[in-house]
Design a protein around this ligand. Structure first.
Ligand SMILES: *Cc1c(COP(=O)(O)O)cnc(C)c1O
Length: 402
C-alpha cells in the first residue's frame, strides 16, 4: 500500500497500515500489548528528541498496533498523519490545550458535543482562555466574533444532536483570514461523507467510539492533520497529557475499520428509509436528516457530503410520553446513548434538560435551538439491521404511545 492515492476507500480501509508480519508472516495485524520495548544503548529518554515514531520505546509514546491504526485512519481521511487517543474527548481536550494558552480566544460552534460544550463553558475560562459560541451554520457569524487573539475555530458538522451542517470550506476561509486555525469534529460525517482537510481544515477530530470502530465495544479518538502540526501535538502535548489509546482498543477499531465504507453505505440507506417512513407517520411532528429534502440545509448537505450518515432526529407530538413507551417497548432498537454502532440506538434529549445542564446559550441561540428541536428530539442512530425490521419495531412501539 505504498501509493495510497491509487486505491479506492474500500481497499484502503482493508489494506492501509497492515503489512504481513515480517517475522511470522501473519496476514492480520498482531496485537502488541507490551508497554515497554527493549532499547538500544543510545535510545533517548526525551519525547521531543524522538527521531522516528516507529522506533518503539514506551507505549505512551507510541505502539506498533496503535501506529497501524493511525496509519489506516490517516489514509482514510486523506491526512498526512494521525494521533490516536483513549476517547474522542481525550482527542478534543488535547487539541484545545495544545492550541490555546492563557490570553487566547477560540470560537466554538454553539451546538457541539455535550462534554465539549461543558469544557468550553466551564473549564477553559478558568485557564484565562476566552471562548465565544456561535451558530456556525452561517460562517459570517464566525467572522463577526474573530479577534486578533483568536487562535482556533472549532466546528462540528453535522452537529450532535441537531444535525445542523456547517460549510467547511467557507469556515476555513474565514478562520484563516482571521489568522486562526480550523478544527472540525467529523464524527457524524466520517471520511465516507466528508474529508475536511481537503476543504481547508487544519485538524480533523473523530470519536472512534462511533462509526469508525462501529461496534460499540471500544472507546477511542483521533486527531488528524499535517505531519508538521501533529508532530507537535504528539510530542509536546499528547504524550505528556497521557490520554493514549490502549493497543487492544486500537486492534478492535482496526478490525472495525475494514468494513467501514460498506457499513456507512448501509447506515445511510437504513437512515434514509427510516427517516422517510417517519416523515409520513401521524405521530411525528418533524424529522431532521441531512439526506431528506426537508432538511433546512439540504443543498449544502448534498454539496458537502457524499454519504448522509446514519444519524437522524425525530420529534413526536407526544415526546415526553413517547420516551417512556419507546424505552419499554422497543424490541430490536436499544434505548441508549452513543451512536454509530452496528445496532440501532435511540435516545430522548429533552431541550430544557440539555440547555440547563450543558449549553449556556444566549436568548437568540436558545430560540434557534427551539426552532430546530422544539421541546426535545429523539436522536436515532440507524444501525445495520434490515430496515423493514427497524420500521416494524418503531411502528409497534409508536402504536402504544398514548
Ligand atoms: C461521542 C462524541 C464525542 C466524544 O467521543 P468519546 O469517544 O465518547 O469521548 C465527540 N464528538 C462527537 C460529535 C461525538 O458524537
Amino acid at each position: 500500500m505504498s501509493d495510497k492515492n491509487q486505491y479506492g476507500m474500500r481497499t484502503v480501509a482493508i489494506h492501509a497500515g497492515e503489512e504481513p508480519d515480517p517475522v511470522s508472516g501473519a496476514s492480520s495485524p498482531n496485537l502488541v500489548m507490551s508497554t515497554t520495548f527493549v532499547a538500544d544503548a543510545d535510545a533517548t529518554f526525551s519525547a521531543e528528541a524522538m527521531e522516528d515514531e516507529t522506533c518503539w520505546i514506551y507505549t505512551r509514546w507510541g505502539n506498533p498496533t496503535v501506529h497501524q491504526l493511525e496509519t489506516k485512519l490517516a489514509a482514510l481521511e486523506g491526512a498526512e498523519t494521525a494521533v490516536a487517543f483513549g476517547s474522542g474527548m481525550a482527542a478534543l481536550f488535547t487539541l484545545l490545550i495544545h492550541t490555546l494558552k492563557s490570553g487566547d480566544h477560540a470560537v466554538i460552534s454553539d451546538v457541539a458535543y455535550a462534554a465539549l460544550s461543558e469544557t468550553a463553558n466551564e473549564m477553559f475560562p478558568q485557564f484565562g482562555i476566552s471562548i465565544t459560541r456561535v451558530d456556525t451554520s452561517d460562517p459570517e457569524n464566525i467572522r463577526r466574533v474573530l479577534t486578533p487573539r483568536t487562535r482556533l475555530v472549532h466546528i462540528e458538522t453535522p452537529s450532535n444532536p441537531l444535525l445542523r451542517i456547517t460549510d467547511i470550506a467557507a469556515s476555513a476561509e474565514v478562520a484563516h483570514q482571521g489568522g486562526a486555525l480550523l478544527s472540525v469534529d467529523s464524527t457524524f460525517a466520517t471520511p465516507a461523507a466528508t474529508r475536511p482537510l481537503e476543504l481547508g481544515a487544519d485538524f480533523v477530530v473523530h470519536s472512534l467510539t462511533k462509526y469508525l470502530g462501529g461496534h460499540g465495544d471500544a472507546l477511542g479518538g483521533a486527531i488528524l492533520g499535517s505531519e508538521e502540526r501533529l508532530r507537535d501535538v504528539r510530542r509536546k502535548t499528547a504524550i505528556r497529557a497521557g490520554g493514549v489509546l490502549s493497543p487492544f482498543n486500537a486492534w478492535l477499531i482496526l478490525r472495525g475499520l475494514a468494513t467501514f465504507p460498506l457499513r456507512m453505505r448501509a447506515h445511510g440507506d437504513n437512515a434514509l428509509k427510516v427517516a422517510s417512513w417517519l416523515e409520513g407517520h401521524p405521530a411525528v411532528k418533524r424529522v431532521i436528516y441531512p439526506g431528506l429534502p426537508s432538511h433546512p440545509q439540504y443543498e449544502l448537505a448534498r454539496r458537502q457530503m457524499k454519504n448522509f450518515s446514519g444519524m437522524l432526529t425525530v420529534q413526536l407530538h407526544k415526546n415526553a410520553a413517547a420516551a417512556r413507551t419507546l424505552a419499554e417497548h422497543l424490541k430490536i432498537i436499544h434505548y441508549a446513548v452513543s451512536l454509530g454502532h452496528h445496532r440501532s440506538l435511540i435516545f430522548y434529549l429533552g431541550t430544557d434538560d440539555l440547555l440547563q445542564t450543558t449549553f449556556k446559550l444566549t436568548e437568540e441561540q436558545l430560540k434557534s435551538w427551539r426552532r430546530y428541536a422544539g421541546d426535545g428530539v429523539f436522536r436515532f442512530s440507524a444501525g445495520l439491521e434490515d430496515p423493514e425490521d427497524l420500521i416494524a419495531d418503531l411502528e409497534q412501539a409508536f402504536a402504544r404511545i398514548n
